[in-house]
Design a protein around this ligand. Sequence first.
Ligand SMILES: [Zn+2]
Length: 341
Amino acid sequence: MDIKSQIFAEVDYTKSGKQFGRLEVPTSTNSAGWANQYLPICVVKNGEGPTALIFGGNHGDEYEGPVTLMNLARWLDPAAIQGRVILVPMLNRPAVAAGTRLSALDGRNMNRSYYSQYTEVQVNESITATIAHYVTQALIPLADLVIDIHSGGRSMHFLPSVNMHEVSNKAQLRAMIAAGQAWQTPYLFIYQDIAGEGLLPSYCERLGKVTLGTELGGASQFGVEMLGIAERGIKNVLRQAKILVDRPFTAPAQPGQVVIADKREDYVMAPVSGIYEPFLELGDAVEMGQPLGQIHSIEQPFGEPVPVLARAHGILFVRRAFPLTQQGECVAVTVRPYSLV
Ligand SMILES: [Zn+2]
């Protein structure tokens, strides 16, 4: 592979069997003038077939992906693979190690760093861009199926869902919904980018690849149930893609509900800063204009709290997790049922 990148891959993507290795990312810091960041990578290949490329830890404070993929890497048996699986459990390892959403080394958002072109300066000025550039040049071209595991992290709490954009290619959207249903989450969530561009899933969707994101809960914690959804789901998606052939794929008895938040009004931002007090639980029905919660001022504690009103009908799909909130930060998302016509 002739890739112009400073990243050195210990693994050979064309080799059969199972390889554990690392991507060595050059960096230079106050504590070490010459250093490498090591991103773990696992490649499992057997015979001919499609390639699944699976990321965790794109955001550092979302640990469902790293745990699921580290377990999966140990569990996968090359004899049960027809094709190839590439696992990157901690894409933004500096953030995973720091427990932060953004990179602890350059403050950048790994999930806002995916573009079709990069200048030499952009690739080299931040470790986040160096990694993202390698992913676009060396890994994504290998993939037929791309999965990027997220959750709400510290700030948000989601109903467990597989997510995607409403891509204009209906055949692609149909294939993504079918792959998403194999995960067997209660919901499939079609969302919009309301907080910047350059997302890894958006980049892959534009290339026409079957691409799945997830939002598996959040609120800085997970339990047995959520990790079970993650582990069972990803195996079933690999079976549906005929890459994991340890047992036949079985479609879910009850498909997840497909929901959409495609209007600006679906995304409710805090009108003022303060402490957000929710009035509803996730999954509750919402009427437009209904109070979703209220924000208490720290500076004026006995003044009337500022109400936060729903701006659309639907169900409450996302809620602010960490109560302290700044003006303009998302405190709720409402969704409506969606059907593909
Ligand atoms: Zn995330």
